[in-house]
Design a protein around this ligand. Sequence first.
Ligand code: GLN
Length: 488
Amino acid sequence: MDLYKFTIHELQDKLQAGEISSEDIVKSLFSRIADMEDKVQAFITLCEAAALKSARGIDGEGQYGGIKGIPYGLKDLFCTRGIKTTCASRMLENFVPSYESTASCRLNEKGGILLGKLNLDEFAMGSSTEQSAFFPSRNPWDWERVPGGSSGGSAAAVAAGEIPYALASDTGGSIRQPASYCGIVGLKPTYGRVSRWGVAAFASSLDQVGILSRDVRDCALILEIIAGKDPLDSTSADIEVPNYSAFLDGEVKGMRIAYPREYFRQGVAESTRAAVMKALHKFEELGAIVEEVSLPHSEYALPAYYIVAPAEASTNLARFDGVRYGLRDSEADNVADMFSSSRAQGFGPEVKRRIMLGTYALSSGYYDAYYLKALKVRRLIAQDFEKVFRDFDLIVSPTTPTTAFKLGEQIDDTLTLYLNDALTVPVNMAGLPGISIPCGLDNDALPVGMQLISWAFDEATLFKAAYAFEQNTDYHRLTPVSGGGING
Ligand code: GLN
């Protein structure tokens, strides 16, 4: 049976009905991976023997439910005990952690089965996976195009049917942007909703663990499991985790939805704008109240982000010195040379660019002019959102200005590459939750993503609205035919 076509909840129904075993699922997915992987190139590491062993163990117990017996993938930024964790960097090419991230630990405790570790832009810096030190992943909708990034391997694997879901991280759009490019669901929860412990840090005040899945129900189910206070992460919030699945009732009657005019303007492709406007009409038809608003400081989010994120990255990456982790140049004559040549060899060009930018912005004399200024802008962006959420339940926008671009098209044009995140970065700057769901295809038959944003810790409203949209449209059922895709 072609089990790669099914969502988590569909697979779980089959397990509980006794139609299939967990071993059947694992075998079916590995045969899918064998068929697809030479084109998708999503995995850095596969864990076939361990996955089969876990599946057999679970089948032996004979009890299913939730995510038990169902496979998943992890962006290779999550530390996995005894399994190589590279961050797609030469620096950590052979790094095997002795500990497990809290988020993946929670999945494993519930019987989730790890199939493998997924490709990304080095240390999650990038928008296409072309910054991976190893190889770029490809978009199952068109092999010539990028899957987005930095969680491009994770999104491509889910879209290609290699895994039903993956955990990833989002600092400025790294879950929502690839979800949008690959036509799947991608959630960045509120800052602090999910523990970041054991996830390699990029920009600690912006990073958040989230989910890539094939539908909204699956996404809600996974957040229920991974969210909540973790004593190992002091920024994880001690706020009750609701039963998100209970909000999936298909109702948006009376919901107040705002669309910020700035997010539909220049740089946004006409076909993207049209698809999201059509989706807004759908919400109206379903009884929601839809109104235009303004988020005037969002246009400054990207420049402020490219001060704050590199500043934090430059300090976070200082730990990679050739002594404690990863690659070491053992030929160097003295310790100072060893530090610098290990870092010169271990880091790729984008990571070096960020470290230089960040170190510059934090240096005395420039700190006030750049870093402090960026923090003030960040506050203004957050206040804009706060104001809108006094009158509205939800904000809707395109996830990205355009659909997936071609491999090689933007890699030499750093600023153009950065613009892919213009509509997702403000959400990280404000610490709010955002979800991207498919809402149409453009003229090249590539998926368009719609971003829903809610107030902090109100993921329930995101799920409620996203599910209602899904129930009343068929976009989430569209799968990549050109890529020999799920229905293709
Ligand atoms: N593309 C953005 C960057 O390169 C966002 C990355 C992310 O969210 N991890 O910084």
